[in-house]
Design a protein around this ligand. Sequence first.
Ligand code: ADP
Ligand code: MG
Length: 872
Amino acid sequence: MAAGHPLDAPGSGAPPLNPLPGALEAWFASLQQACRLEVERGFGDLMGRHETFSSFVARNLEAPPPDLTPDAVRSLAPLAASFSRYRLEELGRRQHLLRQLRQGLHQVRVQSRPALPVAPPRLRLLNSPGGLETDGSPPPRGSRSSLPASSPYAIASPSGSRGSAEQSRPLQASTPLAEVPGIGPRTATQLAGLGLLVVGDLIAHYPRDYLDYANLVRIAALVPGRTATLVATVRRCHAFSSPRNPNLSILELHLQDITGRLRVSRFFAGRRFSSPGWLKSQQRQFPPGTTVAVSGLVKESSYGPAFSDPLLEVLESAGAPVRSPLIGRLVPVYGLTEGLRAETLRKAVQAVLPHLERWSDPLPEDLRLRLALLPRQQALRGIHQPTDQADLQASRRRLVFDEFLLLQLGLAQRRHKLRQRPAPPLDPPPGGSDLVGQLRTILPFPFTGAQDRVLAEIRHDLARPQPMARLLQGDVGSGKTVVALAALLCAIEAGCQGALMAPTEVLAEQHLAKLAHWLPQLHVSCALLTGSTPARRRRELLQDLINGQLQILVGTHALLEDPVQFARLGLVVVDEQHRFGVRQRNRLLAKGLQPHLLTMTATPIPRTLALSVHGDLDVSQIDELPPGRTPIRTRLLRSGERQEAWELVREQVALGQRAYVVLPLVEDSEKLDLRSAVEEHRHLADEVFVDLQVGLLHGRLSSEAKQAAIGAFARGESQVLVSTTVVEVGVDVPEASVMVIEHAERFGLAQLHQLRGRVGRGAAASHCLLLHGGNNAEARQRLEVLVRSTDGFEIAEMDLRLRGPGQVLGTKQSGLPDLALASLTDDADLLELARQEAQALVLQDPALEAHPGLHQALRDQRQRQLEAARLN
Ligand code: ADP
Ligand code: MG
């Protein structure tokens, strides 16, 4: 079942009424989960592990579980047909189909339940312009749960059988919305279209924004573009149907206060509002002399400032307090879709909120009080119905804390578990051959202070019997590779083997080339294993690994997919990856291995993001570049100014240097990439640099062709290398001093910084030229960050701010937690707080046995992630 926030999980509460057969329930759940993911990923027809979202849906609808009634099966058939064409539809139509699917599933599901004793009560509210079929209007604040029987809001009990016992049954987070008193079947169906199926979903559907009606103003002081609330007297009132459109009715009020006059209109769409009776009833509500409160967005009109479609409320007297639950304060604004009125959603939320009071708070009371956090129930009410800004902020603080806490608890537990399993201590024996010391003597340079420090941190971890899980962040060119090599030597000296994995074959080959330069002098054996290793050679290598002859294996990340067996694997180094995924780690475990792990990345990510995504890792940072590097000069050029770029390339080549020309990766369109790279190459080779050799490098080339292109460039046989982002990682040619990046605006800042790191590796002054479209001021501003700063961490911080965490991490390997409210840029302090508390909780009570609420919440969250991963 799609549930709302895991902290509001039903826990030990009563099971939902009338459960469906397990297989059917699972079928609904998997479809609903698929819908949720598809919406979250922007309707792109998500590619799952085996099939696309649309084919998954079509297949499931065509062959539903046998428990489904024939009627239901029939009603799903047209949807199945629609989804087999989903791929071909444009965005709007896809959104529409998804809404239909969700609603269709909801209805079939409701029908499949064994009948409820009574239909939920329904009430028509007099004077409700929307003609809602539910009694949505809430009681005034403060009298929520104790309505007098005579209250106009009291729920009619059509047959009497839904009596007090029924009403006292508390709503659970898992209660279907259709069973909530005050939410009618039509509203429930509409909500299902938004993916809101149970009470928890609705509660977790937080407002997108708030209209601040809190400040009362006079007519003369209205400012167009702002929201405002005013109290004024009715001079005249008109209700009429539009002369041009019979389906549109208009209520027009002429108001005044001591400072001026104002016209207010409200529009009612729908034939039912054009009946003379209804129009009269509207007019009767606002007789001249009545005092009204008006709240809404002020617009500029030809008559001066005006309200259009504001909230209106008749006041008993000019001095009477504003009575409406909406007027005069912060009104929530929700993300909606067509066919669902804002008021309908607000009222549905209001129907649910009073029931929260009985929910328990999963947070330990002492912790909550110590951190001055609101009770969760109160915070949920406050986020949906804040009394004022202070209430809203306090509520948000509690809910953001919860999101971070859950995330950090999960990470703290993972870290705890990881440390439980033993790993071989890799402490080189005293009086041994001191391989690391020998390495230092053969390197042509001394380690930087930062390299020394980081190596000490790593060695400290390696010496312990718990497996290391460390992330090494360091800017491009900061010298991570030799640090990794030193760590690998520790493993070898302790009698173990090591593996070094890179994201691409090119990079793996480069690593091997570097290692092969030093390792033979230390009498350590190493070899390369990639997808293109011939079968014969592969067999030999695998054999040498098992019998321990081969000490260091270099390969791509895919190395783990292979049936590779080590004699005694002690350390795995993963280069240029943000994290070594849980899946990969499990794969190692499945081979009976629990080695130490070192992941390295040159794309530093801000601390908040690092703590969220790999809070289970320790982080080391190389924050110092080797001496003798001249900083790279970065300039922005409009596409029209590319002649300047080519001139610079020519100048540099004349000085014996080389240049990269990089083209962006157009996501999901490898063909396009290829074409643009091939075309640019032809253009440059045939028209621009006719006297130079221009090489070409892209992902589709065979491994040999890539190696040949890089080799030629490295040896200076070609002086210009046109490339896709393949060069981003690791290609190391010290003579390259110019990097021209086309369509720079399409890259993330961190990626540009990484690309830029490919030049400036030698002593010569280097240049990075960012070519951009030039029309987009925002893009230009973003690129300016690179001109100003060469600090990878600072750039990463800006990137996060400007593009958000999803973009920064990239969708492919996001591992990003569900954060509905929390912001990784603005809530850093709460994140640190939650992290501390989570670690303290797990340290005391690793399984959270003393905290059943948190325990359950974590389990639910994992369950959801598992479901998501299954479809992924
Ligand atoms: P990255 O951190 O980007 O992986 P590398 O490890 O590839 O960086 O190092 C970049 C270059 O700097 C390499 O040519 C390497 O040999 C050199 N290098 C590494 N450490 C030092 C040092 N302490 N002093 C001088 N040069 C170094
Ligand atoms: Mg590197």
